[in-house]
Design a protein around this ligand. Structure first.
Ligand code: 13P
Ligand code: SF4
Length: 329
């Protein structure tokens, strides 16, 4: 995206003019560093608009970003997202230097299970295939049969052709998958600290106050929330739904920044914004991205033997899933 285009996007009502002027030098510095380092910035849909609409080269959900990492020829990947996503990029693109602007950007789901827990599950359920959500560490990915994301979880589970599958670590995503398939799901007890806070009662409240509103939700939400939704899908799925359906009014039941990001491109849609911030995603800032490229920190390292085994589960997922259309920023 050219600097001129970036500034036009930023001039939309999402950005106050004084904020825009203040951002300009940092954006310019990052663009120069990207060129010098032969770097690409992959940014998750939960990044704030100042990152999402400016320095990001590719934006997307976990699935699209994993695919992009696998096929980039950049020497450096700066991952504007959380640690497990940067690890996935390192697993799929081992020759690149992968940087995360804040190594403390974690995830409550990734923290809920270890590789040793998966080994114990295998002993408890011999012969039952194990699917892990991409929101897991490389150690966990190394122990499972196949990965999935929220965008392809049902497809991946059904691709195994088995009656019973272990699904980890998100109990809500697991329950949602179970509601969409005849395959029996054995769940783990993890949850997303952002999505588990939404309630069905809250959404019924939106419908009372805003008659006719569309409700779209991420499948990490509890079942009573998903029951109220007109559409359930990954972050990219939710964005695609709004682009295609152009509802007069919509509530995106997910992390706050999503509505801010999409609002820029669909000014005709009125967004009612529930605000549940992901404190991990919000650790990534424009200033930290600049520092990351200046100092080449913090490099994401995955031990080669773990990366090799984890890569098999990620590749298995990429092989069963139809390629999504990446969002080129
Ligand atoms: P998506 O894969 O749908 O982008 O979700 C990732 C995530 O962390 C949602 O909380
Ligand atoms: Fe993890 Fe939830 Fe944050 Fe996504 S929103 S990164 S699942 S804590």
């Amino acid at each position: 995206m050219t600097m001129q285009r970036q500034l036009e996007v930023l001039a939309s009502p999402v950005f106050p003019a004084e904020e825009l002027a203040a951002l300009e030098p940092t954006i310019e510095a990052i663009e120069e560093l990207k060129a010098t380092r032969n770097a690409v910035i992959l940014a998750h849909n939960y990044m704030t608009p100042d990152i999402y609409h400016t320095v990001a080269d590719i934006t997307g959900d976990s699935l699209a970003l994993a695919r992009e990492a696998a096929r980039t020829d950049a020497e450096v990947i700066v991952f504007a997202g959380v640690h497990f996503m940067a690890e996935t990029a390192k697993i799929t693109c081992p020759d690149a230097t992968v940087l995360i602007p804040d190594p403390e950007a974690g995830c409550s789901l990734a923290e809920s299970i270890s590789g040793a827990d998966v080994v114990a599950l295998r002993q408890r359920y011999p012969g039952v295939p194990i699917v892990c959500y991409v929101n897991t560490t490389a150690d966990v990915k190394a122990e499972v049969d196949i990965c999935c994301t929220s965008g392809n979880a049902v497809e991946v589970v059904e691709s195994l052709g088995r009656d019973r599958v272990i699904f980890l670590p998100d109990r809500y995503l697991g329950a949602w998958v179970a509601s969409q398939t005849d395959v029996e799901i054995i769940n783990w007890d993890g949850s997303c600290m952002v999505h588990e806070r939404f309630t069905g009662a809250e959404l019924r409240g939106y419908r009372q106050v805003h008659p006719g509103i569309s409700i779209i939700a991420h499948p990490e939400c509890p079942a009573d929330v998903l029951d109220e939704a007109d559409y359930v899908g990954s972050t990219a799925g939710m964005i695609g739904w709004v682009r295609a359906e152009r509802p007069a009014q919509v509530v995106m039941v997910t992390e706050c920044s999503m509505s801010d990001n999409v609002a820029v491109e669909v000014p005709d849609v009125d967004f009612v914004r529930p605000c549940n911030l992901c404190p991990h995603m919000k650790k990534i800032t424009l200033d930290k991205i600049k520092t990351s490229l200046e100092t080449m920190t913090t490099e994401v390292v995955v031990p080669p033997d773990v990366a090799e085994r984890a890569r098999r589960s990620v590749d298995a997922m990429l092989a069963v899933t139809a390629a999504p259309i990446p969002q080129i920023a």
